[in-house]
Design a protein around this ligand. Structure first.
Ligand SMILES: Nc1ncnc2c1ncn2[C@@H]1O[C@H](COP(=O)(O)OP(=O)(O)OP(=O)(O)O)[C@@H](O)[C@H]1O
Length: 272
């Protein structure tokens, strides 16, 4: 187990995720090409890159939906020091919200039940599920924490996209995961909903969860995120502290067109 490690100065660090030489292939195409990076406990990162660069594939690999090619020389893939996980246990550790998860909720189900369904990794609550009192307590706690109590009895189909997205964060948080994984979470939200969503992410980061955020929108990178990974063609193009990565030179190189970057009140903006 390598969950606990030491850095070059002898300080103890806890590694949540260790990836070395990760190769993922789909239909004869290498979609992640020898990816290496670690995420330390308490660290928040953003992953940025052009369409098709492999951002969602990294997330799917981390949450166990995609498997790296086994037997690659020097390959390491560990979550909390373990290289073998029961998928359900892994999903408890990693709360996940993607921009399209809400479209899986096609039938009427209340906000409370959507949050509760996170305990079962299900899309809804069914009679065969054993709901325990602590689950209901935790669901109420999360609804309070996210300030969505006024929505609790509504059906998810009645909510705006922005409201539904915050409910899905609740679903991801019921297990008290160590890491919250957000894949393009502000897709199709209006300005106010994006603002509200970002405040929620900041609050969760301040509560001590690690955030892994995939986005096309630099404004989604809340000030609690200090590290950015740039991806291109299934490779890591750059990885470092936000100041050294989110600048015109790096983003111009990454996207192959002139990009300008500015920073205001802790948030970054890019335009071209
Ligand atoms: N299951 C799959 N089968 C075949 N090809 C796949 C599969 N998953 C991903 N790919 C391919 O891998 C590449 C990376 O896809 P991925 O979705 O990770 O990119 P992305 O950076 O998240 O893109 P976007 O910004 O458009 O969401 C793409 O060329 C995609 O077509």
């Amino acid at each position: 187990m390598h969950y606990t490690n030491t850095d070059e100065n002898g300080n103890v660090i806890n590694l949540l995720i260790e990836m070395e030489k990760i190769i993922v292939r789909k239909k004869d195409k290498i979609i992640l090409n020898s990816i290496s990076f670690n995420i330390k406990e308490g660290e928040n990162i953003a992953i940025i890159g052009p369409n098709g660069s492999g951002k969602s594939s990294i997330i799917k690999t981390i949450i166990g939906d995609y498997r790296p090619i086994a037997g690659t020389k020097g390959m390491v893939f560990r979550v909390l020091g373990k290289n073998r996980w029961n998928l359900l246990d892994l999903k408890k550790l990693l709360g996940t919200v993607s921009g399209d998860l809400q479209f899986e909720y096609t039938r009427d189900i209340t906000v409370t039940d959507v949050v509760l369904s996170g305990f079962f990794s299900s899309i809804g609550i069914y009679p065969n599920l054993r709901i325990k009192p602590y689950m209901l307590e935790r669901t109420d706690e999360i609804i309070d924490f996210l300030e969505i109590g006024h929505l609790a009895d509504k059906n998810i189909s009645e909510l705006s996209t922005g409201e539904a997205r915050r409910v899905l964060i609740g679903r991801a948080l019921v297990h008290d995961p160590m890491i919250l994984v957000l894949d393009e979470p502000t897709n199709s939200l209006d300005l106010k909903s994006k603002h509200k969503f970002r405040e929620t992410v900041s609050k969760i980061a301040a509560a001590g969860k690690s955030i892994i955020l995939v986005t096309h929108d630099l404004e989604d990178i809340v000030p609690e995120i200090h590290r950015v990974v740039l991806l291109k063609d299934g490779n890591i193009f750059a990885d470092g502290d936000i100041e050294s990565i989110l600048n015109a030179e790096k983003l111009t190189d990454l996207f192959g067109i002139p990009v300008d970057v500015s920073k205001d009140k802790g948030y970054y903006h890019a335009w071209c």
